[in-house]
Ligand binder design. Structure first.
Ligand code: NCD
Length: 301
C-alpha cells in the first residue's frame, strides 16, 4: 500500500488487525522515533480540528517534523488559481508524505496520481475519510472486544457523510454484523454503498425512526448533517435536527452498548449523554491519534 485513499483498499481484516496492534503499541505512551528525519505535510482545504491536529501530533510523537497549511483554499497558491495537481507535485518534492483534506470527492485519488510520496486521504468532500473509519473500527474493537456479530446503527447524514462511506467499506469485510441505516428519506445511503453491502452479503435494514433501533444495537454511530454539502440552506434546515439522542433515549439502549460519533456534533447528541458509560466518542477521538501514528509508520517505513 503506497497511498491511503479509500477503505476499499482493505479486502479483509488482516491488514487492519496489524494496524490495530501497532496502534495498541503506540497507545502505551512511550516515545518512538521511527519517523526521525521525515517531514509530513498536512494540506487542508476544509476545516478540521481532530484530523489535522491528531495527524500532526502523531507525526511529532514519531519524531517527524510537520509543515502545514490549514486553510489551503485561502493561504496556498490555490487562491491564485494553481491546480491541485501542481500544488501536490511541488509539495511532494518537499515532504515525505502528504495528508490531504479537500472539498472535492476524488481529490486524493487525483493527488496520488501526480505525487511521488504517499498521499493520505483526510477527507475528500462527500467521498471518504479512511483513517476516521479505521479509528472507528479500532474503537469498536477496544470497547466491545470484537468487530463481528454486532448490531450497528449508523444514524444521520448517510448520503453525504464521508466517515459513513468509509466505515461501510470496512464493515463489509467483517463477519456477521447487522447494520441499521437510520436516516430521513433525503439522506439515505448512496446506492453505490448499498451495492457494496449487497455484494458482500452484509445484512442491513433501512429505517427512518431512531427510537425503533435503540434497544437493538450494540453500537450507535451518530453523525452530523453535513451542512456544507447542501446547495440549498432550506433543505438543510428541514433535516438538520432530525435526530437528537438525549439522556432519556439512552435509557432504552442495551447496558453494554456504545455511542459513537466522529465529531464535531451539532445537536445529534445532547451533552447530558456525555457522562453515560456508553458514551465512547471522546475515547474514539483519542484513538485517532494512535491509529494515525500506526498509519504514518506503515506508509513511511
Ligand atoms: C468528520 C469529517 O470531517 O468528515 N469529522 C472528523 O474528521 N472527525 C465528520 C464531520 O465533519 O461531520
Amino acid at each position: 500500500m503506497k497511498h491511503l485513499i479509500s477503505t476499499k483498499q482493505f479486502t479483509d481484516t488482516k491488514k487492519l488487525e496489524e494496524i490495530f496492534r501497532l496502534a495498541d503499541k503506540y497507545s502505551q505512551g512511550d516515545t518512538f522515533k521511527v519517523l526521525e528525519h521525515k517531514i509530513i505535510a498536512c494540506i487542508f482545504y476544509e476545516p478540521s480540528t481532530r484530523t489535522r491536529l491528531s495527524f500532526e501530533t502523531a507525526a511529532l510523537r514519531l519524531g517527524a517534523q510537520v509543515i502545514s497549511t490549514e486553510n489551503a483554499s485561502l493561504f496556498s497558491s490555490a487562491a491564485k488559481g494553481e491546480t491541485l495537481e501542481d500544488t501536490i507535485k511541488i509539495i511532494s518534492g518537499y515532504a515525505d508524505a502528504i495528508v490531504l483534506r479537500h472539498y472535492q470527492k476524488g481529490a486524493s485519488k487525483l493527488a496520488s496520481v501526480v505525487s511521488s510520496v504517499p498521499i493520505i486521504n483526510a477527507g475528500d468532500g462527500a467521498g471518504e475519510h479512511p483513517t476516521q473509519a479505521m479509528l472507528d473500527l479500532y474503537t469498536i474493537k477496544k470497547e466491545l472486544r470484537r468487530i463481528n456479530k454486532l448490531k450497528i446503527g449508523l444514524v444521520g447524514d448517510l448520503l453525504n457523510g464521508r466517515t459513513i462511506h468509509s466505515l461501510i467499506n470496512l464493515l463489509s469485510v467483517c463477519d456477521s454484523n447487522i447494520l441499521y441505516l437510520v436516516s430521513p428519506e433525503e439522506l439515505k445511503l448512496p446506492p453505490s454503498c448499498k451495492e457494496i453491502l449487497n455484494n458482500k452479503k452484509i445484512k442491513f435494514v433501512e429505517e427512518i425512526n431512531l427510537t425503533k433501533i435503540l434497544n437493538k444495537v450494540d453500537v450507535l454511530y451518530m453523525t452530523r448533517v453535513q451542512k456544507e454539502r447542501f446547495k440549498n440552506i432550506e433543505e438543510y434546515e428541514k433535516v438538520k435536527d432530525v435526530y437528537c439522542l438525549d439522556r432519556k433515549a439512552v435509557q432504552y439502549m442495551k447496558k453494554k452498548s456504545i455511542i459513537m460519533h466522529p465529531l464535531p456534533r451539532t445537536n445529534e447528541i445532547s451533552t447530558d449523554v456525555d457522562g453515560n458509560e456508553r458514551a465512547a466518542y471522546f475515547r474514539q477521538a483519542k484513538n485517532g491519534l494512535f491509529i494515525r501514528m500506526a498509519v504514518l509508520d506503515l506508509l513511511l517505513n
